[in-house]
Design a protein. Structure first.
Length: 383
């Protein structure tokens, strides 16, 4: 049967029907009063989602474009930055910063392990002449399913006093608490195809007052991603260049759905989806790649010891039309990743786990009691 694809990758994520219908509207003029009203509402609601009174700017880029804007607007070539590296996206930060000639000091942990906040503290406390200009962190490391302890690392950044905290929240925003103002996060980047429940194409970036001060002295050449004009235009409920108007209208709908659910509702749903997935994997005798307490509420990486993760993924796709993500780089074949970010409900997890059990059986793996995974997930949902 065709057209029953269930997308369980960590982006693009499933899109609700209301949002699809919003996308189907005729484009409207981006300088029209009608569009300005939509921009005004969307910007207000983005601030709500980020829990900030500061600016949240909307760019026509993928998440990486927002990451690039987060670097080039706030630091200078030659500046020392600490970059947390414990997966593919942390490494991307390091590459990006190096591409612009920053003095990158990597603070690394093994892939699958969380970043160690104490390692950041050591670097920051030793930096008495305040050479470190920014600390750059991936909050939810999508490649390994690890949620880094941003809150603690950020506390050490605040004790340092000088450095900005720049965060990739691409798979944490809209899944787990990221209180931008409470924690004083300076720059937070995210992308539309993740927790926002709309297709790829928009990047978002929140900017604190302290980051705007750094912006004044940041001299890396930039044009399209110069955030100054975005701020000026946002004040007039418009954008410097033609935005993907249909995506913005979709975003309007998606943000209203999110507001109706409420931040607490969104966070507890993702927590429940993660817990059910992790409990099910354990009940099936499959390994979990992220240690207990550090699982990302957006994505669970499963390490099926003794089995080829790519084979499992292949059967899941062919037999059940469920798309899971594979391992990246050296993790290919070692892990598969179940995305549960955005427009995902308890039923989706039950369907995925039941299909996983059936796929494992088909592959001849019988190291579990039939139904054990579904039962474990159901127990979490019954609580
Ligand atoms: C998806 C993702 C990105 C952005 O990737 P794009 O393909 O550029 O949208 C960045 N960081 C993390 C952690 C991600 O999951």
């Amino acid at each position: 049967m065709e057209n029953k694809l269930m997308l369980m990758i960590p982006g693009p994520t499933p899109v609700p029907e209301q949002v699809l219908l919003a996308l189907a509207k005729h484009p409207m003029g981006h300088r029209s009063g009608e569009f300005s009203k939509i921009m005004a509402e969307v910007t207000e609601n983005l601030k709500w989602l980020h829990q900030t009174q500061s600016d949240v700017l909307t760019l026509t880029v993928s998440g990486t474009g927002a990451m690039e804007a987060a670097i080039i607007n706030f630091v200078n070539t030659g500046d020392r930055v600490l970059v947390g590296c414990n997966g593919k996206f942390g490494d991307r930060w390091a590459k990006l910063a190096q591409a612009f000639g920053l003095d990158v000091v990597k603070v690394s942990a093994e892939w699958g392990q969380p970043l160690d906040p104490e390692a950041f503290r050591a670097h920051l406390e030793a930096d008495t002449d305040k050479k470190i200009k920014a600390v750059i962190i991936t909050h939810s490391e999508t490649s390994t399913g690890v949620l880094n302890d941003l809150e603690t690392i950020n506390r050490y950044v605040k004790a340092h006093g000088e450095a900005l905290i720049i965060v990739d929240a691409v798979t944490s925003l809209g899944a787990v608490n990221v209180p931008v103002d409470d924690w004083g996060l300076d720059v937070v980047a995210s992308g539309s195809q993740k927790g926002y429940m709309i297709p790829p194409g928009l990047g978002f970036i929140s900017v604190s007052a302290k980051a705007w001060q750094a912006y004044e002295n940041a001299k890396i050449p930039r044009f399209y991603l110069d955030l100054g004009p975005y701020k000026k235009n946002a004040a007039k409920n418009t954008t410097p260049f033609t935005p993907p108007v249909n995506l913005i209208i979709a975003l309007q709908t998606a943000l209203n759905m999110m507001k109706a659910e409420g931040l607490e509702g969104i966070f507890s749903r993702h927590q429940r989806l993660m817990t059910a997935t992790r409990e099910a994997a354990k009940a099936l005798g499959l390994g979990l790649f992220a240690p207990e307490g550090y699982g990302s509420p957006a994505i669970t990486a499963v390490a099926p010891t003794g089995l080829d993760a790519e084979q499992i993924r292949s059967v899941m796709k062919k037999r059940y039309d469920i798309a899971l993500a594979g391992g990246q780089d050296h993790l290919k074949g070692q892990i598969f990743r179940i995305g549960h970010l955005g427009f995902v409900c308890d039923r989706d997890i039950l369907a995925a786990i039941a299909s996983l059990e059936a796929s494992l059986r088909e592959l001849g793996y019988e190291g579990f009691t039939p139904g054990a995974g579904v039962a474990a997930a159901a127990r979490v949902f019954a609580q």
